[in-house]
Write a protein that binds this ligand. Structure first.
Ligand code: NDP
Length: 254
């Protein structure tokens, strides 16, 4: 069983760096047309150029903040205007913050994690569903092993990932065989997120502690390797795969 992606249309959110960027290259090498979305347009343009060089027949860049429903609509509209179809939606854009709960003064600042990691996925998915039904397409979901590990100083991030896993497990049942879901739950992967660059209250902050904790407790996978496993799993339509302990990928349904 294999769902070839050559000539098919793939949206990747959070494609300006890290796992999303590597996913763009993996899909490009397999000949997929790409719609790349994130907030940093210049980085997206650079990724698009490389993706074209690697074999993608057509790449569209959309500057979008997935926590805003009107931006999500823009991503879907531009996909339909350009390609008239959608085959894979890769929900990948994510942020985290790193603090003990009682260290946080402005408790509302945590909302932006949920707005991106949970609501961003919900908006993109709801808007994409009619087109994915037409193509009998697939949704690839970057959840995290943090959805079940109680990693300290990341309580809201962990909760956002648990929420998104349960959301898509439920959708897997709702969709039945019509739309496939590949739920990905990586361990630590080398990226801006794990290089200790985090958003907090709208600002990127650096936290060397986070980096030290990760390096001392777990091997870190390269984003390229993570992306290879993810795209391979999605194309095979695998529902559940357990890889070595540092990178457990769970595939659900179809
Ligand atoms: P990066 O920080 O490198 O990438 C995150 C991407 O999301 C960037 O392209 C960023 O682009 C984009 N992004 C963030 N907020 C928004 C937003 N509001 N709207 C649109 N795009 C946004 O981190 P990773 O590559 O590591 O993370 C990718 C996904 O993988 C995340 O969902 C993360 O939770 C998950 N994950 C990562 C793990 C790891 O160890 N690295 C482990 C498990 C899961 P821009 O700033 O341009 O908007």
């Amino acid at each position: 069983f294999s769902e070839d992606v050559a000539g098919k249309v793939v949206i990747i959110t959070g494609a300006s760096s890290g796992i999303g960027e590597s996913l763009a290259y993996e899909y490009a090498k397999r000949g997929a047309c790409l719609v790349l979305a994130a907030r940093r347009e210049k980085s997206l343009q650079e990724v698009a150029e490389t993706a074209r060089d690697l074999g993608s027949p057509d790449v569209v860049v959309v500057r979008a903040d997935v926590s805003k429903v009107e931006d999500c609509r823009k991503v879907i509209d531009q996909t339909m205007n350009r390609f008239g179809r959608l085959d894979h939606l890769v929900n990948n854009a994510g942020i985290t913050a790193f603090s003990m709960l009682e260290e946080v003064e402005d408790i509302t600042s945590f909302r932006e994690i949920m707005d991106t990691n949970f609501w961003g996925y919900v908006y993109m998915t709801r808007l994409a569903v009619p087109y994915l039904r037409n193509s009998r397409g697939r949704i690839v979901v970057l959840s995290s092993s943090a959805s079940w590990l109680p990693l300290p100083r990341m309580s809201v991030y962990n909760a956002s990932k648990a929420a998104i896993s349960q959301f898509f497990e439920t959708l897997g049942v709702e969709f039945g065989p019509d739309i496939g879901i590949t739920l990905v739950t990586p361990g630590f992967v080398e990226s801006e997120l794990t290089q200790g660059k985090f958003y907090h209250a709208g600002e990127r902050i650096i936290d060397q502690d986070m980096r030290d904790v990760q390096v001392s407790t777990t091997p870190i996978l390269r984003a390229e390797s993570a992306a290879r496993s993810i795209v391979r799993g999605a194309i095979r339509g695998e529902r559940y795969v357990t890889e070595p302990a540092w990178f457990r990928v769970t595939y659900l349904w179809r």
